[in-house]
Design a protein around this ligand. Structure first.
Ligand code: NOJ
Length: 623
């Protein structure tokens, strides 16, 4: 048991403690050496708030200790071989249905549109598709606010369309996973309507109501509480005002969710991506969030639910009762969890989730999504080395840089279009040659980049628009817009660029969100005809991955770890060795050594001898 008398090094030795300290250091852009240094390591926790310039209050320690002392387990060591599974060998492709392909000219992507592009996805080499939500929704948060779990969103089509889609996916020997959003529902969901109008019915306790709000803030700006006149109480929404948090403490609700999931599994879907699933268990009594933590993390209250007291229990229960009987796959979206927590959520012997998406590699230390800065790939390198070396054989890493919640990765790293092609390919090499399951986000395979939004009227996302309003209280409109522009999720939500015709071949009608002129040069049709395109490179790389199974389960051995801008590693098993070498910068970089063997694939046509060119990335096969 850790107490205020424990030392920093004791906290760092505790798995959850390490995750929390690492997170804080990342947020503050402080090196880990600050903690591993013996003088700091020997400090007792109780002195922390008293240190000069300390921004931590007394309550901070109590909160930290509660969190640390609720987790009693540590993940097992790494002594066993990796268990094989289809999803450890698969390449996933995420579809954001609203922006993928429209079949009926209303400017909104739909299920028939997706069906028409399944051959394209198959030819890319994809094994499984993750569909962002397609359920009935008033679209306050584009489908992440579900009104009816058993109905398809009218703009997307019908249940017949869905059944057809599933059959067509399976006919092509691919799998389909759905998005499961069960931390919250829309306020228009029948359960919520009953909860407020019939508080004495069983639904009365399905959501989180409180007589007085606490200080928790919403991820989409402002307080996380709505006043509900019908009940004379406040209701919790960690996201938009129309996304009401479900009360997982209620067992009947949990059963209801299990039944709903089974209903989809009965239809034959192959698994789920579970939206913000680490938020489902909230600390009982819903205490105020600590002020220091709130300031540091930019949201108040997170420490009371991002790794809640009953999280493991809920996940384990759902895995045993729902996922295992159907042999279904699960990947959890778990913002804020570090490596140790991720291990406890995904280690195969614990039976909670198969994998998680952890997000600490999407911004470099000291930055958040809404900062305008240039991402340094050396950070991605150190992050990947850490995960590859320490995540262990019981857990499978997910490999991704993009999704519908983040700007395009190429734009973050280098917006000079001159490098777009080589950079897009370099990112692909990292993603497809490390150990883990790659998730490619639609458009990433053609190197889509951030859009030229000109004003807020071009934006659609509730998060961006709310934040803009909030920022306008403290800065002028131009500054506020510039900030939104750096991190807006809408960058990833503009229509998929299929060809150079009007609306990029996405729709015959005006799309629901604007698109700039980029599609004229960057589109699927043009790239299919160009052997040198990013798309062709992805196809070759995915095919290469399937041919060299060492990439699935082989060892990863990093070399030249300390050499800035050089990222090099071997993938090895008893039968073969691959060598991957990359230059992470836009300048030439001296090679550590000239590789032996044959060059299987590279983003430069001819090999050079003593140096690597800007963002050069090659895969070699050794004899
Ligand atoms: C995470 C989803 O990816 C995001 O798009 C959504 O806004 C929130 N969860 C709330 O559901």
């Amino acid at each position: 048991m850790l107490t205020k008398k424990s030392r920093i090094k004791d906290v760092y030795a505790n798995p959850i403690g390490r995750d929390i300290i690492d997170r804080v250091l990342l947020q503050m852009n402080i090196s880990k050496k600050a903690v591993t240094n013996p003088i700091v390591g020997n400090l007792k926790l109780k002195v922390l708030p008293k240190l000069p310039k300390s921004q931590l209050d007394e309550g901070f320690l109590d909160t930290l200790l509660t969190l640390l002392n609720t987790e009693h387990e540590a993940a097992k060591g790494n002594d066993e071989a990796i268990l094989k599974a289809w999803w450890k060998e698969a390449v996933f492709y995420q579809i954001y249905p609203r922006s993928f392909k429209d079949s009926n000219g209303d400017g909104i992507g739909d299920l028939q549109g997706i069906i028409s592009k399944l051959d394209y996805i198959k030819e890319l080499g994809i094994d499984a598709i993750w569909l962002s939500p397609i359920y009935d929704s008033p679209n306050d948060d584009n489908g992440y606010d579900i009104r009816d779990y058993h109905k398809i969103m009218a703009e997307f089509g019908t249940m017949e369309d869905f059944d057809r889609l599933l059959t067509e996916v399976h006919n092509r020997d691919m799998r389909l996973i759905m998005d499961l959003v069960v931390n919250h529902t829309s306020d228009e969901h029948m359960w919520y309507q009953k909860a407020i109008h019939e508080p004495d019915s069983k639904y009365g306790d399905y959501y989180i109501f409180k007589d007085q709000p606490n200080n928790w803030t919403s991820f989409f700006s402002g307080s996380a509480w709505n006043y509900v006149e019908e009940r004379g109480q406040y209701a919790l929404h960690l996201f938009s005002k129309k996304q009401m948090d479900l009360n997982w403490e209620n067992e009947t609700l949990r059963h209801e969710i299990h039944d709903m999931v089974k209903w989809w599994l009965e239809k034959g879907v192959d698994g789920f991506r579970l939206d913000v699933i680490n938020y489902i268990s909230k600390r009982s009594g819903l205490p105020d969030g600590n002020e220091s933590i709130g300031k540091l993390m930019e949201y108040h209250g997170v420490e009371h639910y991002f790794y809640g007291p009953r999280l493991h229990e809920y996940l384990h229960d759902m895995k045993e009762k729902v996922f295992i009987p159907y042999n279904a796959f699960s990947v959890g979206e778990t913002p804020g969890t570090g490596m140790e927590m991720s291990k406890l959520l995904t280690a195969d012997y614990r039976k909670e989730l198969d994998m998680v998406f952890s997000f600490d590699h999407l911004e470099t230390p000291g930055h958040t999504r809404f900062d305008d800065y240039q991402y340094d790939l050396n950070y991605l390198k150190s992050y990947m080395i850490n995960w590859m070396e320490n995540y262990g054989n019981h857990c499978q890493p997910s490999l991704f840089y993009e999704n519908h919640d983040n700007p395009r990765m190429i734009s973050k790293i280098n917006s000079d279009r001159h490098y777009r092609n080589v950079l897009g390919k370099l990112l692909a090499v990292i993603q497809l040659t490390l150990r883990g399951t790659p998730f490619i986000y639609q458009g990433q395979e053609i190197g889509m980049i951030n859009q030229n939004f000109r004003s807020t009227s071009d934006l659609r996302d509730v998060e961006s628009l709310n934040l803009y309003d909030e920022l306008c209280n403290t800065m002028n409109k131009e500054e506020a817009f510039a900030k939104i522009l750096a991190g807006s999720r809408d960058h990833a939500r503009t229509p998929m660029q299929w060809n150079n015709q009007q609306y990029a071949g996405f729709s015959t009608g005006k799309p629901w969100i604007m698109m700039d002129e980029d599609y004229k040069n960057c589109n699927v049709e043009a790239q299919l005809q160009d052997e040198n395109s990013i798309l062709r490179f992805f196809q070759k790389l995915i095919a290469l991955r399937k041919e060299h199974r060492v990439i699935y389960y082989g060892e990863v051995l990093f070399i030249n770890q300390k050499e800035k801008d050089l990222f090099t590693y071997y993938r090895k098993d008893g039968t073969e060795t691959l060598y991957i070498e990359m230059n992470l910068s836009s300048s030439n970089k001296k090679r550590a050594k000239y590789p032996e063997g044959i060059r299987l694939l590279s983003n430069y046509a001819e090999d050079s001898s003593s140096f690597l060119r800007p963002y050069e990335a090659s895969i070699w096969k050794y004899n």
